[in-house]
Design a protein around this ligand. Structure first.
Ligand SMILES: O=C([S-])c1cc(C(=O)S)c[n+]([C@@H]2O[C@H](COP(=O)(O)O)[C@@H](O)[C@H]2O)c1
Ligand code: NI
Length: 384
């Protein structure tokens, strides 16, 4: 199951929680979990259906009860302690802390402070706590296998906040979105906030130009402003269809053959999904090698850099291809020889292949001084 954040109008903490509720996370489940943070005297939540340019979505709003607000500013340690003491799941705790750490690191960098000194922008940080923990609870409820995002519309112009006027993207947002493809359109206001940016950075493994999935459900989270384009965050839940990858190829006839193994290791280090070498005959009947590299498009640049810097090639071909993949799961199992990882592959839910991890078999064979094929034949018969 894959979750896709479609950030054509950016993302804020409120929009993210709203969209996840709209997608189907039960409202009561979220509220129960948030109550366990034990700060409910400081805020009130309003969740309602709202309409933006004809699109019905969910509006999630956190009202601060000013009279009860915890007025000393909370730092990262205080927030981590609130999260740790709550009764949200361990999975949700890990996600929430990951997102808070991203904000704290970005803030520390912008303001030249240590990570423990940074403040959070909302009074008492209540809004950020509710939004971030809310997202973490919803994500842990949905348990997607993979989370990806579109390129991110940040908005532009300037934003007025507690300490004055800041450029958009705000400095913290800019910092958090380092290495993420961003853009802005004609809307001159803050579409992506630091919290929204940190949610994306903490959850998404890829930022893509388009999606390739079978859609199961769609949720819309409303932004606060009304604009000509719908000011909503769209989150799509679906199943990965054929995965789109890039095949990079280069043909070489003048490199020291000792280098190939080293280049291959470097390519894997930089994110190659697969690398293989094919012997060929080239012009003037010269024996040569085709290096083929399969990679996700977002990592293509680092692969090209390795090929150009580490080999003698002066050109690379690129093909966009689709690949079918089985769903895979790793299960660690106690065998007569100790713990071994098994890769279980499924086709449309049915197990079609089970294979013990080669590196585990090699370790056992070396530790016990047994032939590898005997360890393999024995371990393969383990009941999972
Ligand atoms: O110093 C203040 S008040 C401040 C700094 C920054 C930086 O980027 S640094 C950003 N902001 C703005 O505060 C609001 C709230 O953001 P959340 O992510 O907490 O919702 C937003 O407009 C930021 O750009 C304030
Ligand atoms: Ni700041």
């Amino acid at each position: 199951m894959i979750l896709y954040f479609d950030c054509f109008s950016g993302i804020s903490g409120d929009m993210a929680v709203g969209a996840l509720l709209d997608l189907g996370v039960p409202k009561d489940y979220l509220i129960e979990n948030l109550k366990s943070l034990n700060i409910d005297e400081e805020y009130e939540i309003e969740i309602r259906k709202s309409n933006k340019n004809g699109i019905e979505g969910t509006d999630f709003y956190v009202f601060l009860k000013e009279e009860n607000i915890h007025h000393h500013e909370r730092n990262l340690k205080d927030i981590i302690s609130i999260i740790d003491k709550s009764r949200i799941t361990d999975g949700a705790k890990e996600i929430a802390k990951r997102i808070f750490n991203i904000i704290a690191e970005a803030e520390a960098k912008v303001h030249g402070k240590s990570i423990d000194e940074v403040h959070f922008h909302e009074v008492g940080a209540v809004d950020s706590i509710i939004d971030i923990v809310g997202v973490a609870v919803c994500i842990d409820y949905l348990k997607p296998d993979k989370i990806i995002s579109s390129y991110v519309n940040t908005g532009s112009g300037f934003v007025k906040c507690q300490h004055g006027i800041l450029p958009v993207p705000a400095p913290a947002t800019m910092n958090i979105l380092k290495d993420v493809p961003i853009y802005f359109d004609e809307r001159k206001f803050e579409l992506t906030t630091p919290t929204g940016a940190a949610i994306l950075k903490g959850l998404c493994t890829e930022f893509v130009e388009g999606i390739n999935m079978k859609i199961r459900a769609v949720g819309y989270g409303c932004g606060k402003k009304n604009t000509e384009k719908p000011n909503v965050l769209r989150i799509v839940l679906g199943d990965e269809d054929k995965e789109e990858v890039v095949l990079l190829e280069t043909t070489i006839d003048d490199m020291n053959p000792q280098f190939y193994g080293y280049v291959m290791d470097k390519l894997f280090e930089k994110g190659a999904l697969d690398v293989y070498l094919t012997p060929v005959y080239m012009k003037k009947n010269r024996p040569g090698i085709v290096i083929s590299v399969l990679v996700h498009e977002n990592k293509e640049k680092s692969i090209i850099e390795v090929l150009f810097k580490e080999t003698t090639t002066i050109g690379i071909r690129k093909f966009k291809i689709k690949r079918y993949e089985l769903q895979r799961e790793i299960k660690r199992v106690e065998t007569e020889f100790g713990k071994v990882d098994f890769k279980i592959s499924k086709y449309e839910g049915e197990i079609v292949n089970i294979s013990p991890e080669f590196e585990d078999l090699k370790r056992i064979s070396m530790d016990m001084g047994l032939p590898l094929k005997d360890v393999y034949n024995f371990v393969r018969r383990t009941k999972l």
